[in-house]
Design a protein around this ligand. Structure first.
Ligand code: MEV
Length: 323
């Protein structure tokens, strides 16, 4: 029986979070912490999922039941992705899916988006449909909207295309920024954040103060466009100072927390070029840029503020077939 294994990278948001949900651009880089999906065709019309990293073991249902009933949290993205794929391409043959992760889902690197994308790529291969990257992105983005109701899709784009991308809401623009390296330092706060809760809190703020929040989104848009130019020039000092500006605007949106603020100021005091939270806020990770001769001090700054330095490779390859 035919078996395919694919992998897709996680992501880190560099600039533009929250504003990108509302028709603004962002910059995201793919990180080489990958999710893997193996798909086997079955003789039945059943769906089977093994995702032990997220506590899903021996999860089975009929294909016509996909999306119905109580779905375990760890199975949601894969199940809805499979449902969308099957409906779109009129497939009815059963599949067994096994997913495996290089990284913990708690870091906020986008394990749900990476697993969605590698499952769709593997389905495309196993059913010989030869989907383009844009087809894979579109089905993945529909999956996010079906589950969360909101979201820009930037994480799905990073998982599909890899590299470092300039991205506008829903994939209206997906542009690869050709850079040779991205010397990022990543600090994990140890606090778990929930993206949907944070998107909703920003939404509440914008209902109460529409002009203020629109103004912040417009400032973020201008800043992201400047950052794009500086990233392309690999002018890290300037990119770092734009990170500081972006952090102030995220602070004004109310999504930073004391722990992240402490980690960020500690890296700046240690000689970094600049730092900001990365992603929805409320916890997860912060990122910093620093001159190479200050890396040790900046790493120490993160640890002194109670964070954990994570070693990640950025600008990683997008979804691919492993075997
Ligand atoms: C979450 O990592 C980033 C947000 O901008 C949400 C999104 O873009 O989907 C807050």
């Amino acid at each position: 029986m035919k078996t395919i294994t694919t992998s897709a990278p996680g992501k880190l948001m560099l600039f533009g979070e929250h504003a990108v949900v509302y028709n603004r651009p962002c910059i995201v880089t793919a990180v080489n912490e990958r999710m893997y999906a193996t798909i086997e065709l079955l003789d039945s019309s059943g769906f089977e999922l093994q995702a032990p990293d997220v506590n899903v073991v021996d999860y089975k249902k009929q294909i016509r039941e996909l999306g119905n009933g109580d779905i375990p949290k760890g199975a949601k993205f894969v199940e809805i992705a499979v449902k969308n794929f099957f409906e779109n391409y009129h497939v009815t043959q059963g599949v067994k899916i096994t997913t495996k992760s290089d990284f913990s889902s708690r870091f906020g690197f986008g394990s749900s988006s990476a697993s969605t994308v590698c499952v769709i790529k593997a389905l495309s291969e196993v059913f010989e449909l030869n989907l383009s990257n844009k087809d894979i992105f579109d089905i993945s983005y529909k999956t996010v909207l079906d589950i969360q109701g909101k979201g820009s899709g930037f994480d799905m784009a990073a998982a599909v295309y890899g590299g470092t991308l300039y991205f506008v809401t829903g994939g209206k623009v997906i542009e690869t920024l050709n850079i040779s390296s991205l010397p990022l330092i990543v600090g994990y706060s140890g606090v778990k954040a929930d993206t949907v809760t944070l998107i909703n809190s920003v939404k509440e703020l914008s209902v109460a103060n529409p002009q203020v929040v629109e103004g912040i989104y417009n400032s973020i848009e201008i800043l992201v466009n400047k950052a794009k130019e500086e990233v392309l020039k690999e002018n890290w000092e300037q990119v770092g100072s734009l990170m500081q500006e972006n952090q102030k605007l995220l602070h004004a949106l109310g999504v930073s927390i004391q722990k992240l603020d402490d980690m960020i100021s500690s890296t700046s005091n240690a000689g970094g070029y600049g730092a900001k939270l990365s992603g929805a806020g409320g916890g997860d990770c912060m990122i910093a840029l620093a001159p190479t001769d200050k890396t040790t001090e900046v790493n120490k700054g993160i640890a002194d503020a109670g964070g954990v330095v994570l070693t990640v490779t950025t600008n990683a390859k997008g979804v691919k077939i492993e075997s």
